[in-house]
Design a protein around this ligand. Structure first.
Ligand SMILES: Cc1cc2nc3c(=O)[nH]c(=O)nc-3n(C[C@H](O)[C@H](O)[C@H](O)COP(=O)(O)OP(=O)(O)OC[C@H]3O[C@@H](n4cnc5c(N)ncnc54)[C@H](O)[C@@H]3O)c2cc1C
Length: 396
């Protein structure tokens, strides 16, 4: 066997997404060492557009833990969203209903803030590593990896955090007989468009129509992010700009509202899946973020759940190192899953309420409009949506 350079840490973290970097940051603040191993380069992660909506609890975590206050300086605070159906818009006023807001702030900026803070604080984050394998989870845990210069290492750690995303390798380390996978696939996907156009509205518009769902979102003054419901097997090459705008027009325009159009800069098909893998802990291994669960993007929960997981995990690890008690580590999985399942329900509900199945008959379509009407015409319905969208209180 080739010689491996041995290094020691307290927590070995696989993955430098929001979950891995936030965990490393929180640990460092408490004086707990960690090493983060990441397969991709810093540049590749910084250039991959993904989530964009942060719950108020996620913003508070970024700001209060000292990552950065850029989110409140440069992000857009949104105090509500619009639900649009039957050609009419209905505002869900978050501030009025639950006294909270969300922030529109791209995941790429969350990454830059977290990676920048870790670097400024002298954190050990190694990008572009290869061949990460985990060993001896029952004894002294070890992670083997090859760094960007081709040097082989053995990282010894007290615990391993698998924050390695939806295709998680770490997840497979839990013996099959001891893990359970919950999975749901949806009969539709999102056709995502980045377009050079002025804002059509100040807040997000979630539009349900006979022709399917559309989401009108914003990025900057001149570039906008929008989505429409499509078939999961749709090929972006079959879509000209004109066909794209025609689809949006048929789903959102009307009653005085007209979408502002412009050249399409990027188009992509985003498939939906709901999955939960339990338990989120196996011996010295803890799963966090997409490694343990994924949600369809309709509820904007993925990134927020990842941050919540590591907040809960950090509390367990901090308590262990301060007191020697494993009580909070032992309940990590169930405490994290409590919020995960609420988010699964909310994401599923938003998805099924707003999307139109291709095979929907007249009854199903009329029932769906009845459901939307029931939500917007009820204070309690609007308040449930507002509370779930902005993030349940007592984020833990
Ligand atoms: C196209 C797209 C659009 C999305 N839109 C939204 C949205 O609008 N709202 C929302 O809330 N969420 C959205 N999400 C989900 C959100 O981006 C994720 O929930 C979030 O990134 C989860 O963070 P994470 O740290 O758990 O995982 P990730 O961000 O996926 O990070 C995991 C990291 O682990 C690395 N890795 C993988 N395997 C290994 C290994 N063996 N060793 C070391 N490193 C490894 C990966 O390279 C990756 O960088 C979207 C996701 C996608 C893909």
């Amino acid at each position: 066997m080739a010689h491996r350079h041995v290094i020691n840490t307290q927590i070995a973290i696989l993955g430098a997404g929001p979950a891995g970097l936030m965990l490393s940051h929180l640990l460092a603040k408490a004086g707990i060492e960690s090493t983060v191993l990441e397969l991709r380069s810093h540049q590749e992660i910084a250039e991959t557009a993904r989530a964009g909506i942060l719950e108020h609890g996620s913003v508070k975590l970024l700001v209060d833990s000292g990552v950065s206050d850029r989110v409140v300086r440069n992000g857009d605070r949104h105090d509500g969203i619009e639900l649009r159906f039957n050609g009419e818009s209905h505002r869900i006023d978050f501030q009025d209903l639950v006294g909270e807001s969300v922030w529109l702030y791209p995941q790429t900026d969350v990454f830059l803030d977290l990676a920048g803070r870790r670097q400024a604080d002298g954190g050990d984050v190694r990008y572009s590593v290869t061949d990460t394998t985990v060993h001896d989870l029952e004894g002294e845990a070890k992670v083997w990896f090859t760094d960007a210069d081709g040097v082989d290492f053995e990282l010894r750690a007290d615990f391993v955090a698998g924050a390695d995303g939806s295709r998680s390798y770490c997840r497979s380390l839990i013996p099959e007989a001891q893990r359970k996978r919950y999975f749901h696939e949806y009969p539709f996907a999102w056709f995502g468009v980045l377009a050079e156009a002025p804002r059509s509205s100040e807040e997000l518009i979630y539009a349900n129509s006979d022709h399917g769902f559309a989401l009108i979102s914003q990025r900057t003054e001149t570039v906008q992010r929008m989505y429409f419901q499509c078939d999961p097997d749709e090929d972006v090459n079959n879509w000209s700009d004109e066909r794209i705008w025609e689809t949006f027009r048929s789903r959102v325009n009307g009653n005085g509202f007209e979408l502002k159009e412009g050249p399409v800069l990027d188009k992509t098909v985003l498939k939906f899946r709901s999955s939960v893998h339990t338990p989120m802990r196996h011996g010295k291994l803890f799963l966090a973020g997409d490694a343990a669960h994924t949600v369809p993007p309709t509820g904007a929960k993925g990134l927020n759940l990842a941050l919540n997981d590591v907040k809960v995990l950090f509390e367990g690890l901090d308590s262990f190192y301060q007191t020697g008690s494993t009580a909070l580590l032992d309940t990590y999985s169930s405490r994290a899953l409590d919020r995960v399942w609420k988010a699964q329900q909310f994401s599923y509900w938003m998805t099924s309420m707003l999307h139109t199945p291709a095979e929907a008959d007249d009854f199903q379509r009329a029932r769906q409009l009845g459901e939307l009407n029931a939500v917007v015409s009820s204070h309690h319905g609007r308040a449930y949506l507002a509370e779930a969208y902005t993030g349940w209180p007592g984020a833990r």
